[in-house]
Design a protein around this ligand. Structure first.
Ligand SMILES: Cc1cc2nc3c(=O)[nH]c(=O)nc-3n(C[C@H](O)[C@H](O)[C@H](O)COP(=O)(O)OP(=O)(O)OC[C@H]3O[C@@H](n4cnc5c(N)ncnc54)[C@H](O)[C@@H]3O)c2cc1C
Length: 363
């Protein structure tokens, strides 16, 4: 049985371990933390439980698929439901907007609140779907390391439709050309932040992120985001994946250009393959210091992070839902502060996640 070492038990490390165990590999995961999940973890302070990182659950089929592949019924291990309202938005002039998951309701609300014709928004969403349909099979569902990903009928189709992608425009320009309401433009500009980008710099192709939310919907795990980690960790263990916690990997061993295992602080382990779930930048810099790195990839600008506060409040807020956005007055200035001045804006957009609205046990 071929052996695979996985560095890191983040959600990606867990998913790849499950897939490899199902294919018959002997999988061992080394994790520097004392718990699995990486960013997708949870902690408690006194009576309050907090999901540490991600809070918005989209594309649940990527989780349920792993149980299906293993021949298990996901309902026995992980429960989630669809959200009727994806997010509540608030502006400083008193405007508020409920982003309904259902398309008809969403369009009606947009017309009522922003005075934007339903037809315009519908066309915009259809275009976003087209961008997604043309690119998802290329960039989301296949390995970018394989030549056959690029030499395919799907690539040809995408190349013929290059104009659809609005690559030459920024996301903000694409949105400004689609809508007249500044609030609605700001709402759609926000999707750039889903991968830490600036809507004034990132390309118009990014409207496809909005498609993921509007077409698939948004979901909430009954026992909090961390239950995604817990359920996959359990599945991996049932499939025989071994985990070593509090065991940081210090080096990936390479012999004559071929990976042969890893080194921890005190031991050395051999394997046929090594998969790193660690950030690619640090994998090359820290674990493969003697190898020639993919320089262009490592030079790419890093995405922005976020300042997070975890607050336990003994009060209820009827106007808030699970996901809430309070927009800054001047979005452009805010992104200039982050991406040009490299500082936090004086008037930042604030996202508030209130897990007690939905998560069993957090009430
Ligand atoms: C604040 C925040 C909010 C987010 N919100 C959302 C959201 O709402 N919805 C969403 O879909 N996504 C969201 N994301 C993104 C999402 O959290 C990440 O894309 C995802 O969790 C990344 O998973 P990963 O497995 O790739 O990496 P990670 O979770 O970073 O896992 C990497 C693992 O590797 C381990 N590791 C690293 N180096 C070593 C080493 N040398 N040896 C051993 N172990 C090592 C780490 O300890 C960690 O456990 C958010 C991210 C952040 C930071």
């Amino acid at each position: 049985m071929k052996k695979v070492i996985v560095i890191g038990s983040g959600i990606a490390g867990l998913a790849v371990s499950i897939r490899l165990a199902l294919k018959g590999y002997n999988v061992q995961v080394f994790e520097q933390n004392s718990y699995p999940g990486g960013k997708l973890s949870s902690f408690s302070i006194k009576d309050y439980r907090f999901d540490a990182g991600p809070s918005l659950f989209t594309m649940p089929h990527l989780v349920t698929e792993l149980f299906k592949l293993a021949g298990e019924d996901v309902k026995n291990y992980f429960e989630f439901s669809k959200k009727e309202i994806a997010c509540n938005y608030f502006w400083q002039d008193g405007t508020s907007f409920k982003a309904y998951g259902e398309r008809k309701k969403f369009l009606k609300e947009v017309e009522e609140i922003f005075n934007e014709p339903q037809y315009n928004v519908d066309q915009y969403l259809k275009k976003a779907k087209k961008k997604y349909d043309l690119t998802s099979s290329l960039f989301l569902e296949q390995s970018l390391h394989k030549l056959k990903t690029f030499i395919s009928l799907d690539t040809l189709k995408a190349l013929f439709q290059l104009k659809t992608f609005e690559l030459q425009k920024s996301l903000h320009q694409a949105n400004t050309q689609s809508f007249s309401s500044p609030h609605l433009i700001q709402l759609f500009d926000r999707y750039a932040t889903y991968n830490g980008s600036d809507p004034y710099q990132t390309s118009g192709i990014m409207t496809l992120i909005q498609h993921l939310e509007s077409a698939y919907g948004t979901f909430v795990p009954k026992k909090g985001m961390v239950s995604i980690t817990e359920s996959l960790f359990g599945l991996a263990k049932r499939l025989g994946v071994k985990f070593s916690f509090e065991t940081g990997v210090k080096e990936i061993k390479v012999k004559l250009g071929v990976v042969s295992g890893i080194k921890t602080k005190s031991d050395s382990f051999s394997s046929d393959y090594v998969i790193s779930n660690m950030d690619v930048f640090h994998t090359y810099k820290k674990l493969l210091p003697n190898e020639i790195p993919p320089i262009n990839r490592l030079k790419q600008e890093r995405s922005s992070s976020a300042v997070i506060f975890y607050w336990g409040i003994k009060q209820s807020f009827p106007d808030l839902d699970l996901h809430n956005i309070f927009f800054s007055k001047n979005y452009k200035k805010e992104f200039q502060a982050i991406f040009k001045d490299k500082t936090v804006s004086e008037d930042p957009t604030i996202y508030i996640n209130v897990t007690s609205k939905e998560v069993v046990g957090d009430e």
